[in-house]
Design a protein around this ligand. Structure first.
Ligand code: KG4
Ligand code: ZN
Length: 355
C-alpha cells in the first residue's frame, strides 16, 4: 500500500482518538517555527526562531537569505519543540505544514522537512493555508470560540474580511484592492526612517504623537467592504518628501499617529459594518497587524457601542508561529481536508478557498 493510501486509513483512526497531537511547521517568511498542539486548542510547545535581526540591516526580508536561515534553524527548532512539549516523536499523530502563501524558497524548506518527517514517522501530512493559520490562532486563545463569526485578517500579505462559516469554509466579504495594511505600515516606517519590521515601530512612535496631519485618503471603496491603503501610504510619502525638500522638520510620532489613526478607523468602520450587515455579534481579528494593541483596543471600544464582541490573539500568536498552523492543521485533519501525498509542493500564492 502506498504512503498516501495508508494515511487515508490512518486519518480515520486518528479521528476516533480522544487526544490528537499535531506537530506543525511554519516557514513562510522570516520565522522558523515548530509547535505541538493538542486537539487544536492547547499549546504544548511553540518554538519561534525569528530572523528579524538578520533582515534588519537590509530594511526588509531578503528571500534567499530567509531560505538559507530556515535550513540552518529548523532542526534545532524541532528538537526544542519536542523537548518543551515533553513528548517523543512517537506520540505525534500528524504533521501539519504551511504550503502557501509566502516566499516560495522559504516555504519549500518547511514543506520538505515536513514531508521527510511525516514519511519517517509514518503519520499523515496535512497541508495548511497560512491565512487559515492566522485565523486559527483565535481557537487557541479562546477555547470556547466556535464558528460562525466574522473575521478581519490583517497581515503583511492580507487585509480581508471573511465570514467564517465553519472550521473549513468561509465567504470573502471584502479585501484590499491594492496594498495589504501591513505593507503600508512597513512602507511608512521605512519612509520616516524606522527600522524593520515597521509595524511595531510605527505603533510605538504613534503613542508619542498626535493625529494632526491631514493625510488625503481617496475613498475609492464607499459602499463596499473593500479597502485601499495605497492612497494613505502615498500621502505619507508625499508629505515627507515635501517637508524634506523645503528643509522643514518632520515629526515622526505625529506622522505615525496620523497614519495609524486613519488606517485603524478605516479597518474598524468596514469590519464592524460588515458584522452589522451580516448579523454577527462576534468579530475576530487575526494576522500580524492585529498585534497592534491600539487597533485592538479601538475596535473593542467601537464594537461595544454596537453590541459586537471583538477578539484578537495575544501579539505572539498574531505574528507568524507554528501553533496557529497546528490548530488549522488539526481542523483540516478532523474535517477530511488537506491530507497530502509526498508530492506536496510550496505555493507562493493560493486562494483563501484552498485548505
Ligand atoms: O502575519 P505576519 O507576521 O506575516 C504575514 O503573514 O504577512 O504579519 C507581518 C506584518 C508586517 O507588515 C508587520 O509590520 C505587521 O504585521 N505588524 C504590525 C505590528 N506587528 C506586526 N503592524 C502594526 N502594528 C503592530 N504592532
Ligand atoms: Zn503571516
Amino acid at each position: 500500500m502506498s504512503y498516501y493510501e495508508r494515511m487515508k486509513l490512518k486519518v480515520e483512526e486518528i479521528k476516533k482518538k480522544e487526544n490528537v497531537l499535531v506537530l506543525a511547521i511554519e516557514s513562510s517568511c522570516d520565522e522558523t517555527s515548530i509547535a505541538i498542539v493538542k486537539n487544536g486548542r492547547e499549546i504544548l510547545s511553540n518554538v519561534i526562531s525569528s530572523q528579524i535581526e538578520i533582515h534588519k540591516r537590509f530594511g526588509g526580508v531578503v528571500p534567499e537569505v530567509a531560505s538559507r536561515n530556515h535550513v540552518c534553524a529548523i532542526n534545532n527548532v524541532l528538537y526544542e519543540a519536542l523537548e518543551k512539549a515533553n513528548v517523543t516523536h512517537k506520540e505525534i499523530d500528524a504533521i501539519a505544514v504551511t504550503y502557501g502563501a509566502g516566499l516560495v524558497g522559504a516555504l519549500l524548506v518547511g514543506v520538505n522537512f515536513a514531508k521527510a518527517l511525516a514519511y519517517n514517522l509514518d503519520v499523515p501530512l496535512i497541508a495548511v493555508n497560512h491565512i487559515k493559520g492566522h485565523l486559527a490562532a483565535n481557537y487557541i486563545t479562546y477555547k470556547d470560540l466556535v464558528p460562525p463569526f466574522m473575521c478581519l485578517i490583517v497581515s503583511g500579505g492580507h487585509s480581508s474580511i471573511f465570514e467564517i462559516k465553519d472550521y473549513i469554509n468561509q465567504n470573502l466579504i471584502g479585501q484590499t484592492l491594492d496594498d495589504a495594511v501591513g505593507e503600508a505600515f512597513d512602507k511608512v516606517a521605512r519612509v520616516v526612517g524606522l527600522s524593520y519590521p515597521g509595524g511595531p515601530n510605527v505603533e510605538r512612535q504613534a503613542k508619542l504623537g498626535q493625529d494632526n496631519i491631514p493625510l488625503i485618503k481617496h475613498k475609492i471603496t464607499p459602499g463596499t467592504f473593500n479597502f485601499s491603503f495605497s492612497g494613505v501610504k502615498t500621502a505619507v510619502i508625499n508629505y515627507v518628501n515635501n517637508k524634506r525638500q523645503k528643509g522643514e522638520e518632520i515629526s515622526v510620532p505625529d506622522i505615525c499617529n496620523s497614519f495609524q489613526s486613519l488606517v485603524i478607523r478605516e479597518l474598524s468602520e468596514k469590519a464592524l459594518s460588515a458584522c452589522q450587515k451580516y448579523n454577527y455579534k462576534t468579530l475576530v481579528l487575526a494576522g500580524g497587524v492585529s498585534a497592534n494593541q491600539t487597533l485592538k483596543n479601538y475596535m473593542i471600544t467601537e464594537g461595544e457601542k454596537l453590541g459586537i464582541s471583538v477578539f484578537a490573539p495575544p501579539p505572539i500568536l498574531c505574528t507568524d508561529n507554528g501553533a496557529m498552523i497546528a490548530s488549522a492543521g488539526y481542523y483540516n485533519l478532523m474535517n477530511g481536508v488537506g491530507l497530502s501525498d509526498l508530492d506536496l509542493t510550496a505555493k507562493a500564492n493560493i486562494s483563501y478557498k484552498n485548505y
